[in-house]
Design a protein around this ligand. Structure first.
Ligand code: 13P
Length: 337
C-alpha cells in the first residue's frame, strides 16, 4: 500500500483547505439536466442546453464579491464547454472571481437490485480518464453523491456497504488524478422518522464511509465531506429547533468523522433556504468539539431564491438574491448570523 506522494498530498491538502477556507463555502450548480430543465420549463425558458447555459450565465456573472463567500462551484461536465454571451468560457468567469471549479463525475443514481427501493451510484467506468481530462481542463475538485433512504428496514447493510465502497473507489481515483474528492453520502430528508433515528442512521453510514476510505488508502486531509444535517424527516410531525439539530449533527460527526478530514460542507437537501442557514449557524455556535471547518455546499438553498427572482428575465434581481444568500451563509459558516 502507499499514500499519494508527498507532493501530491500537499497539492490535495492545499486545494481542500482552500475549499473550506474561513467564511467560505461551496455553490452546488451541478443540477442534473433533467431537473434543471423542469425548473426552466416552469418559468417559460427553453429547457434544452441553451436554457441551461442562460441560467448558468446568471449564476457565474454575479458581482465579484461572491468570491469572498464562495470558494468553489460544482458544475456538470457540460458547463466546462459553455460560454457567456461575450464568448468567455464559464470556468474562466469563475477563475476571475477567485473561485475553484469542481465537477460532478458520477453518472447518476440507479436501483440496487433486490433491495427495498434503495440505490447505488454508477460512474466508475472511465472515471480515471475523465478525472485526468477535467484536471487538464482546470478543475480542482470533484463530487460524487450517494443516497440513503430511511425507511422501516432501510438503509440496509447491503446499501450501506455498497455505497460506502463506491464512494471510496471514487475518492481514490480522484486523488490519483490530482482532484480533491467531495465525498457525499446523502441520508435523504424524505420520511417521517424523528431526529434520533436520523442521527443513528447518519452515524452508521458515516462510520461505514470512513472505514471504506481507510481500506482504499484515501488521504483524508485531501478530502471534503458533504453530509446531510441531522434533522427530523420532512414528514415527521415533531419539529425541532435549530439547536437540537446542531447538537445531533455535531454529535454524529464527532463520533464518526476523523479529525484529519479537511472540512465538512453540508448539502441543503430540500430544507427551506433560511432553515438551512439557521441550522448551519447553530451548528457553528454549538459548543461541542468541532475539529473541522463546518460550512455549506448548498444547491437548492443557494440557487432557489435567485432562480425565483430571475424567472427567466430579471438578471439583476437574481444576482441580488444570490449575493444575499451567499453572504448570509458565509456568516452562518462562522456562527455569526
Ligand atoms: P442541495 O443543497 O440542493 O441538496 O444540493 C446539494 C447537492 O450537491 C446535491 O448533490
Amino acid at each position: 500500500f502507499s499514500y499519494p506522494s508527498p507532493a501530491l498530498q500537499t497539492e490535495l491538502r492545499q486545494i481542500a483547505d482552500a475549499m473550506v477556507a474561513p467564511g467560505k463555502g461551496i455553490l452546488a450548480a451541478d443540477d442534473p439536466p433533467a431537473s434543471l430543465g423542469e425548473r426552466l420549463r416552469g418559468v417559460g425558458v427553453d429547457d434544452g442546453e441553451e436554457g441551461r447555459r442562460r441560467w448558468r450565465q446568471v449564476l457565474f456573472t454575479a458581482d465579484p464579491e461572491i468570491g469572498q463567500h464562495v470558494a468553489g462551484v460544482i458544475i456538470v461536465p457540460e458547463t466546462l464547454q459553455q460560454r457567456a454571451d461575450d464568448g468567455t468560457p464559464f470556468p474562466e468567469l469563475l477563475k476571475r472571481r477567485n473561485i475553484l471549479v469542481g465537477v460532478n463525475v458520477d453518472k447518476g443514481v440507479v436501483p440496487l437490485s433486490g433491495s427495498e427501493d434503495e440505490c447505488t451510484t454508477q460512474g466508475l467506468d472511465d472515471l480515471a480518464l475523465r478525472c485526468a481530462q477535467y484536471k487538464k481542463a482546470g478543475c480542482s475538485f470533484a463530487k460524487w453523491r450517494c443516497v440513503f433512504k430511511i425507511g422501516a428496514n432501510t438503509p440496509s447493510y447491503l446499501a450501506i456497504l455498497e455505497n460506502a465502497n463506491v464512494l471510496a473507489r471514487y475518492a481514490a481515483v480522484c486523488q490519483s488524478n490530482h482532484l480533491v474528492p467531495i465525498v457525499e453520502p446523502d441520508v435523504l430528508l424524505a420520511g417521517d422518522h424523528d431526529l434520533e433515528r436520523c442521527q443513528k442512521v447518519t452515524e452508521t453510514v458515516l462510520a461505514a464511509v470512513y472505514k471504506a476510505l481507510s481500506d482504499h488508502h484515501v488521504y483524508l486531509e485531501g478530502t471534503v465531506l458533504k453530509p446531510n444535517m441531522v434533522t427530523p424527516g420532512a414528514a415527521c410531525p415533531q419539529r425541532r429547533p435549530a439547536r437540537d439539530i446542531a447538537r445531533a449533527t455535531v454529535t454524529a460527526l464527532g463520533r464518526t468523522v476523523p479529525a484529519a478530514v479537511a472540512g465538512v460542507a453540508f448539502l441543503s437537501g430540500g430544507l427551506p433556504d433560511q432553515e438551512a442557514t439557521d441550522n448551519l449557524d447553530a451548528i457553528n455556535k454549538h459548543p461541542g468539539k468541532k475539529p473541522w471547518p463546518l460550512t455549506f455546499s448548498f444547491g437548492r438553498a443557494l440557487q432557489g431564491p435567485a432562480f425565483r427572482a430571475w424567472a427567466g428575465r430579471d438578471v439583476a434581481a437574481a444576482h441580488a438574491e444570490l449575493l444575499k444568500r451567499t453572504r448570509i451563509n458565509s456568516l452562518a459558516s462562522m456562527g455569526k448570523c
